[in-house]
Design a protein around this ligand. Structure first.
Ligand code: CAA
Length: 382
């Protein structure tokens, strides 16, 4: 059994208590109203959780990746939307600045992100560049001391709510992925507007929006890494991001399992709690087994990343397996509730909808298999 330390368990207990009191009672309302819980995110920031894995000198808590994974899991156990707000902020909005930023960029952007004073987001996906992220069409043209950014990004988690965006654009056309660069872009810059806010099936407490760039002047010093390194920065960022989404999926599955267990222990039919009917007890057994396996994959990917070992394949495996588990477990949880599980306002109904996206974003589970098999097999023979 993978064992968390006492410190991990203390953090888990703190976040669970917060999630039970500050999030769970409102999760249905946020879901119904598509409400972004800014006040709760601010409180999480004050507790340091928006910078869990970043060093103290950059405003973070100086904890490990497993602590971050546990935080996303615990938030998602009650509300998958709040879980992904943290995941997109930490893994996608902040990490590329931490890993590839200059000291000046870290001081200016990472410190307020890690302290929770600002929210971060990641702008990669476009209408013609989804799974094929290398097909990026947004352009950045160098003119004197700034780049001029033009294009459109879609499906951006924390879009509109975030202050700091890591955005990918083509600086050298016609040379494929090596022509893509990364930039740090601030909300409010002239020409940068927020377009559509998407009305989603699930994770409705998280904001998802379109970003529009119309001749946005990005100072040269906001280039992240070197020109042409953007695609590798995006891919490396997503390797870590997938641990966050895997943690979110794990939390959703755990929350649905607990609801199903409690309900079936309470609900009496044929003279005893339905949990003790074999059909139901076997369901609970399968759910618990799948969740345990998912947890092993997620925590071990977090441990590999923490130890600076290769973790891209393991993160993809964790994301794929945990997200499939979240969908299966939430579906079975509804079955355990019977007709009651099909009703609006029931946790399991919301969790079922929240689970689905984990098979899609930060790389579909089909792309996860591309990533896993390319690690296993290398490049095909010419
Ligand atoms: N780390 C560093 N470099 C990497 C890398 C990684 N993990 N993966 C690939 N690269 C490098 C390769 O080594 C190669 O380098 P060279 O040019 O030096 O040879 C270069 O990147 C191109 O690699 P590929 O030929 O493998 O690239 P590809 O175009 O075939 O794409 C892919 C590979 C895995 C399919 C990739 O496009 C991909 O991951 N797609 C999915 C995109 C995705 O996950 N989008 C999610 C958007 S964000 C989101 O959903 C967030 C949210 O809001 C919550």
């Amino acid at each position: 059994m993978f064992r968390c330390t006492d410190e991990h368990e203390q953090l888990r207990a703190q976040i669970r208590e917060f999630a039970e009191s500050e999030i769970k009672p409102y999760a249905f309302q946020w879901d119904r109203e598509s409400h972004f819980p800014r006040d709760v995110v601010e409180k999480m920031g004050q507790k340091g959780w928006l910078g869990i894995p970043y060093p103290k000198e950059y405003g973070g808590m100086g904890k490990d990746i497993l602590s971050y994974s546990i935080a996303v899991e615990e938030l998602s156990r009650v509300d998958g939307g709040t879980g992904v707000i943290l995941s997109a902020h930490v893994s996608l909005g902040s990490w590329p600045i931490f890993a590839f930023g200059t000291e000046e960029q870290k001081q200016k952007y990472l410190v307020p992100l890690a302290k929770g004073e600002k929210i971060g987001a990641f702008g990669l996906t476009e209408p013609n560049a989804g799974s094929d992220a290398g097909g990026t069409e947004t352009t950045a043209v160098l003119e004197g001391d700034h780049y001029v950014l033009n294009g459109e990004k879609i499906f951006i988690t924390n879009g509109g709510e975030a202050d700091t965006y890591v955005v990918f654009a083509v600086t050298t056309p016609n040379i494929g992925t090596r022509g893509i660069s990364a930039f740090i872009v601030e909300k409010g810059w002239e020409g940068f507007t927020i377009g559509d806010h998407y009305d989603k099936l699930g994770i409705r407490s998280s904001a998802t929006a379109q970003l529009l760039f119309d001749d946005v002047k990005v100072p040269k010093e906001n280039l992240l890494g070197k020109e042409g390194e953007g695609f590798k920065i995006a891919m490396a960022t997503l390797d870590g991001g997938r641990i966050g989404i895997a943690s979110q999926a794990l939390g959703i599955a755990q929350g649905a399992f607990e609801s199903a267990k409690n309900y079936t222990l309470d609900r009496v039919q044929f003279g005893k709690p339905v949990a003790f009917q074999q059909g139901m007890s076997f369901k609970l057994a399968d759910m618990a087994t799948q969740i345990r396996a998912a947890r092993m994959l997620v925590y071990s990917a977090a441990e590999l990343k923490e130890n600076h070992e290769s973790y891209g394949m393991e993160a993809a495996m964790a994301k794929q397996y945990a997200s499939d588990t979240a969908v299966k477990v939430t579906e079975e949880a509804i079955q355990c509730f019977g007709g009651n599980g099909y009703l609006k306002g029931m946790d399991v109904e919301r969790m079922y909808r929240d689970a689905k996206i984990t098979q899609i974003y930060e790389g579909t589970n089909e792309i996860m298999r591309v990533v896993i098999s390319s690690h296993l097999l290398g490049k095909p023979p010419k």
